[in-house]
Design a binder for this molecule. Structure first.
Ligand code: SAH
Length: 251
C-alpha cells in the first residue's frame, strides 16, 4: 500500500511550495487540490497521466473515497491544500477517516498566507517592546468561533494579529477591535498575497472599512492589525553587540 500526502501549496506564487511538496506533486498518480485557492501552476509539471480532482466540487466522503480507492490500488495521492494545511485546512476530519480505514498519510507543511502577507509588506510580527505574540484568528461566519475566543476578547492583548476569512465582515472586525485597540492602530489588508493580482491596502482601524469597501475586496484577503505595522520599536537583543549569547560573545 502507498500513502496519501497532505501538502501545503503555499499562498499563491507557485515557487513558494516546499521542494518536498513539489516533488510529490510531480510524481503523484492522483492529485486532489483545493481549486478555489490553490494556484494551478503548481500542477504544471505533474505526470501527464496523473488524474486531477478539484476538491471545491467534492464533499468529504467523495474526497476520502478517491483517496482510499487509489491508495489501495498502490497509487501515490497528493492532497493539496492552500497555505499550510494546519490552518483552517479541514485536514483533521480527513486524517481521522483515513486512520479508521488504516490508510497511511503524511503531512508536508506550507507557507501560510499570514507569513506571506508579512513578507510582501516587509514587516516583522514580533518587534521588541511592541508585541511578542501573534494571534491567528477569524470571526464567526458559517463556522462559529468559540465564545472564549471572540475577537473582542482577543483584542484585549493588543498583540500582532492576523485575521483570516473575515474581510467580507470588515465592519464587525473593526468594531470588535476598537473595544481595545486605538483608532490610530495600523491595519493592512492583503488580497491574494504573492499572486500576480495581489493588492495591498493600508490604513488605520479608523479608516480601513471605507478603504476595503472602495477597493471592492470581499474574499481571499488577510487582515493584519497591530503596532508592528508602524515603525517604533527597540532593536532586538539577538544582534545587539553588547549582548552575548551561545554563538557570539559581547564586545
Ligand atoms: N490554510 C490557509 C488558510 C485557508 S482559509 C493558509 O495557511 O493560509 C482561507 C483564508 O486564508 C482566506 O479567506 C484568506 O483570509 C486567507 N488566504 C489564503 N490565501 C491567501 C492569500 N494568498 N492572500 C491573502 N489571504 C489569503
Amino acid at each position: 500500500m502507498t500513502k496519501v500526502f497532505f501538502i501545503g501549496a503555499g499562498p499563491g506564487d507557485p515557487d513558494l511550495i516546499t521542494i518536498k511538496g513539489k516533488k510529490i506533486i510531480d510524481s503523484a498518480d492522483v492529485i486532489i487540490y483545493a481549486g478555489s485557492l490553490v494556484n494551478k501552476e503548481i500542477l504544471s509539471s505533474r505526470k501527464s497521466d496523473s488524474l486531477v480532482y478539484d476538491s471545491a466540487m467534492m464533499n468529504l466522503e467523495e474526497i476520502i473515497d478517491v483517496i482510499k480507492k487509489n491508495v489501495l490500488e498502490g497509487k501515490v495521492v497528493a492532497r493539496v491544500h492552500t497555505g499550510d494545511p494546519s490552518i483552517y485546512g479541514a485536514i483533521k476530519e480527513q486524517m481521522d477517516l483515513l486512520e479508521e480505514d488504516g490508510i497511511e498519510y503524511e503531512v508536508i507543511p506550507g507557507v501560510s498566507s499570514f507569513v506571506a502577507a508579512a513578507a510582501v509588506l516587509k514587516k516583522e510580527f514580533t518587534l521588541p517592546n511592541v508585541s511578542q505574540t501573534i494571534i491567528c484568528t477569524r470571526i464567526s461566519g458559517r463556522t462559529e468561533v468559540p465564545e472564549k475566543e471572540d475577537l473582542e476578547k482577543l483584542s484585549s492583548h493588543r498583540a500582532s494579529m492576523a485575521i483570516f476569512l473575515s474581510v467580507s465582515m470588515i465592519e464587525d472586525v473593526v468594531k470588535k477591535l476598537l473595544k481595545n485597540y486605538d483608532g490610530s492602530t495600523p491595519v493592512a489588508v492583503v488580497y491574494k498575497a504573492t499572486w500576480k493580482d495581489q493588492k495591498i491596502l493600508g490604513g488605520t482601524l479608523g479608516n480601513i472599512v471605507g478603504i476595503v469597501k472602495k477597493a471592492g475586496i470581499k474574499k481571499t484577503a488577510i487582515i493584519l492589525v497591530g503596532d508592528f505595522l508602524s515603525s517604533d520599536y527597540e532593536r532586538s537583543k539577538l544582534y545587539d553587540k553588547s549582548f552575548s549569547h551561545e554563538y557570539r560573545g559581547a564586545t
